[in-house]
Design a binder for this molecule. Structure first.
Ligand code: FA5
Length: 344
């Protein structure tokens, strides 16, 4: 029996060593160690042996069983390792290779300027209002002191819808909407897209962006207007900015002004950018006309206010040194990608 056991052990070990895939190990296990396996069968023959011999044979058989089970388990691990080593030859990863860079999205320069202005003005107590791009004649003109036959309508020709509404020509209608929904005193800004039937050139677009400002309260004067605009401009351009007012005509303010700031290119000496005047024309503004306060439901006897409307494209052009307004909406990614990353 001893010889038989040794022969079976030898035979099984050879079979295990020769096996090259995991699935092949199971039949070997069944052949030798299964219920009807040859080693198991040998154990069943022990009945004919003396108790002394049976004990000895039992121990020998258990040893062989254990040895074969260990050999099977070790072979399974070895086969798995061989498989991984073979895979490593064909499928491998160089973790030191540079990765694939993904281009990150970023803000359009106009959005940047808009958000910056929103931050500046909200830090000074203004709230941000929105208004519809398709407006009524009332909000865009009538309530702003521009009746139907007023010549000022010609300054802002626009696109009309068939039902008598229009694409707003300015953000000023939000002044009226703000006054109707808020109780004085209040400070609001209203950035947004506006439209004009305009000959497009390097500084004129048919679709552009403005930001309206409106402050209503008791004894609001031109001094307040100048203060807030000077602070906003100095923050945007990160340097002290000198401003000046010139008379300007807008039917919805009285007095009305054009606000200029000292040219940043030449420092006021005169250059092509400021058309040799030393000043950059920046925005229209003034003290809100009593008729407009009334149209917005605000009592002009008690309250006064200032308003301004700035062009965001023109401001962004100055800030980033952009020489043609048409770049903003050209869809040319080479333009937009120049504004990736932080401050410039
Ligand atoms: C207005 O639109 C007035 N609503 C501004 C205002 C508000 C005055 C409140 C008084 C009180 P104006 O038409 O000048 O004004 O336009 C204001 C700014 O928008 C201009 O200074 C300019 O920066 C910009 N702008 C005007 N037309 C164009 C255009 N076609 N393309 C690009 N920017 C323009």
């Amino acid at each position: 029996m001893k010889e038989q056991l040794a022969a079976l052990k030898e035979e099984a070990q050879q079979a295990i060593a020769a096996c090259t895939d995991e699935a092949g190990l199971y039949p070997i296990k069944v052949t030798y160690l299964g219920k009807k396996g040859s080693v198991t069968k040998l154990g069943k023959k022990m009945g004919s042996l003396s108790p002394e011999e049976r004990k000895e044979a039992g121990m020998a058989i258990n040893e062989v069983k254990k040895a074969l089970e260990t050999a099977l388990a070790e072979r399974a691990v070895a086969i798995e390792n061989e498989r991984y080593l073979a895979l490593a030859d064909t499928e491998w990863l160089d973790v030191t290779r540079p990765g694939t860079t993904r281009r990150q999205g970023h803000l359009h320069p106009l959005s940047r300027i808009q958000y910056e202005l929103e931050d500046i003005f909200t830090s000074m107590g203004f709230i941000v209002l929105d208004g519809p791009e398709v407006e009524t004649d009332f909000f865009n003109f009538e309530a702003l002191n521009i009746p139907k036959d007023h010549p000022a309508r010609d300054m802002q020709d626009t696109f009309w819808t068939e039902d008598g509404n229009l694409l707003r020509t300015q953000t000023s209608p939000v002044q009226i909407r703000g006054m109707k929904s808020l109780t004085p005193p209040f400070r609001v800004i209203a950035p947004g897209r506006v439209f004009r039937y305009e000959d497009v050139d390097a500084s004129h677009e048919h679709t552009f962006h403005q930001m309206e400002g409106l402050m209503v309260g008791e004894d609001i004067s031109t001094a307040h207007l100048v203060y807030f605009l000077r602070v906003a401009l100095s923050t945007i351009f990160k340097q002290e900015i000198e401003v000046r007012l010139r008379p300007g005509y807008f039917p919805f303010v009285e007095p009305g002004y054009e606000l200029d700031f000292r040219c940043l290119i030449c420092g006021g000496e005169g250059c092509p950018v400021c058309k040799h005047t030393g000043w950059i024309e920046f925005l229209g503004c003034g003290l809100v006309h009593p008729n407009v306060l009334q149209a917005g439901g605000v009592d002009p006897e008690t309250y006064s206010g200032f308003a301004f409307g700035m062009g965001l494209e023109r401001l962004a052009m100055m800030r980033y040194g952009i020489n043609d307004i048409r770049h903003f909406q050209s869809g040319d990614l080479r333009f937009v990608r120049q504004f990736v990353g932080g401050e410039q």
